[in-house]
Design a protein around this ligand. Structure first.
Ligand code: SF4
Length: 294
């Protein structure tokens, strides 16, 4: 089985078979991300090699494989026909596979277009893990995300309209204290626009500075200030207050200060109560600031 470079998967794919479809990230510029900053450079693996790995896994694991995730940073950047072939082969090997999922970038979703996304859905791709990070354009620009909120909304709607499931990732604290609430409000607006085409799942993360990143350099130089836990919680509250739903929300990540999980709008009051209670706790009740490695 071939693996090159950092291999990450979302926590929700902890039990998935990982078969690498691409190497690296085609964007690789986000100021907060260290994952592929030391390489390797982005490339798409040859389809015959990916399929050989699928066959090898099938020979070893048989029907113990229930779900399949195709690393690396944006495997939706593959040409439509190639990714469709990989998905179709996986479905042939494991007809009862519950899902096939990838990390996806906004630009990759838009590049496939509605027809390409439908073709991928028909070939067996089920879910996209899409890092919005923020829907606040000044923040997107500052962190070099390479997309606008308008493009995010278009891409998210396009994916849902094609029948794909969508997990959206948002980073609390990404805008710093000054723009914290604007980040929450603009992000809620983008998610609401995506929500018009179907029901995404929202997964919250909290900004943790990482080694070898521009963001850590900016913090060291005094050009960016981290939010306190209480500022992050107030931001989460503003986000949850602004989301219309219906959608599921989870904070299934070690970076978060409180573990929030529920559905909007039905659980809004409970989630906001949980945040209000956390806001009464002292700083020492939350994880300390530290610099992450990966
Ligand atoms: S956050 Fe995602 S898109 Fe941005 S550089 Fe890291 S892997 Fe690439």
């Amino acid at each position: 089985m071939f693996y090159q470079g950092p291999i990450y998967r979302p926590p929700s794919e902890a039990d998935s078979l990982l078969v690498q479809a691409t190497v690296g990230c085609p964007h690789n510029k986000c100021s907060f991300c260290c994952t592929y900053k030391r390489g390797p450079r982005f490339r798409v693996r040859p389809v015959n090699e990916i399929i050989a790995d699928l066959r090898e896994a099938h020979a070893e694991l048989g029907n113990r494989v229930r779900t399949l995730f195709l690393p690396a940073g944006d495997s939706l950047a593959m040409p439509t026909a190639e990714l469709a072939e990989v998905c179709a082969q996986a479905r042939k090997l494991w007809p009862s596979l519950a899902r096939i999922t990838v990390y996806a970038g906004v630009n990759s979703i838009l590049a496939h277009g509605p027809e390409g996304l439908s073709a991928l859905r028909e070939a067996g791709l089920s879910r996209l893990h899409l890092g919005l990070e923020s829907g606040h354009d000044p923040t997107l620009l500052r962190v070099k995300k390479g997309v606008t909120s308008r493009e995010q909304a278009r891409a998210g709607r396009m994916a849902l309209a094609a029948g794909l499931e969508l997990s959206l990732y948002v980073i609390l604290g990404l805008a710093g204290p000054e723009d914290s609430l604007a980040h929450a409000e603009a992000t809620a607006q983008v998610i609401d626009r995506i929500n018009q085409a179907g029901e995404p799942t929202l997964r919250l993360r909290t900004l943790l500075p990482k080694r070898r990143t521009l963001l850590l350099h900016q913090i060291d130089k005094g050009r960016f200030t981290l939010c306190t836990p209480h500022q992050v919680l107030a931001e989460a509250d503003r986000l949850i207050a602004g989301l219309g739903g219906p959608l599921s929300l989870h904070s299934d990540h070690y970076t978060n200060y409180v573990n929030l999980s529920g559905r909007l709008p039905v659980d809004r009051a409970r989630l906001r109560d949980e945040i209000a209670r956390a806001l009464t706790l002292p700083r020492g009740a939350f994880r300390p600031d530290f610099v992450g490695d990966q």
